[in-house]
Ligand binder design. Structure first.
Ligand code: HEM
Length: 177
């Protein structure tokens, strides 16, 4: 069994992690707070949607690599409940990021955003997105994802500074055997 994750998984972990945190912050503090009548809104949507689509593509690549490459064994803390929780959190992180990408795409498709945002069709944005059902899911999953990301970071810090088991090394580059 390798002692670290495959370097592509390591690179994608940090890239996707940063991109998801930025998309969450920008989504709530930027997009949500900006009325659709704001002339800058189309540009903000273009950046957010491009980033969201890129996250989706990187996630597919990461999932395929995760299933194909040999990975280190699941972390064992000696507390079986916590070890099971860790595995559940990791699976849920994948599911929630995919849920964010698909509800984002769903909002954009039902609101007819693709020609406005990417082709500059010049058509006006709808007054707001609340009439489009996937938008409610996008907001709901965002809150769940924030909670889960915080739990994931807290767990990593607990391993690093309380257990001092060097678990974070597995998610960095270097000799794998
Ligand atoms: C992991 C990927 C993504 C994350 C983390 C993310 C995050 C967010 C967040 C936090 C909001 C504000 C939600 C709220 O507070 O209710 C938002 C709004 C939105 N997102 Fe995303 N998003 C992602 C992917 C996408 C994709 C792929 C698209 C479309 C292609 C998209 C389109 C939108 C739209 C149209 C809004 C509504 C903006 C508004 O209400 O003014 N998102 N997103």
């Amino acid at each position: 069994m390798p002692t670290r994750y495959h370097p592509l998984l390591v690179a994608l972990h940090w890239l996707i992690g940063i991109a998801v945190i930025l998309a969450l912050i920008a989504g709530i503090a930027g997009l949500e707070a900006m009325p659709n009548s704001d002339p800058e809104k189309v540009l903000a949507l273009r950046i957010h949607m491009s980033m969201g689509i890129a996250i989706g593509l990187f996630m597919v690549l990461r999932l395929v690599t995760r299933l194909a490459a040999k990975s280190p064994p699941p972390a064992a803390t000696g507390r079986s409940g916590l070890d099971r929780l860790a595995r559940a959190v990791h699976v849920l992180l994948y599911l929630l990021v995919f849920a964010m990408v698909s509800t984002g795409l769903g909002t954009a498709a039902t609101a007819g955003l693709f020609p406005i945002v990417f082709e500059g069709s010049g058509a006006p944005l709808p007054p707001d997105f609340s009439a489009y059902p996937p938008r409610a899911g996008h907001g709901f999953f965002a809150k769940l994802l924030i909670g889960l990301v915080l739990l994931h970071i807290a767990a990593a810090l607990w391993h690093q500074f309380a257990l001092r088991d060097g678990l974070m090394r597995r998610m960095w580059f270097g000799e794998r055997n």
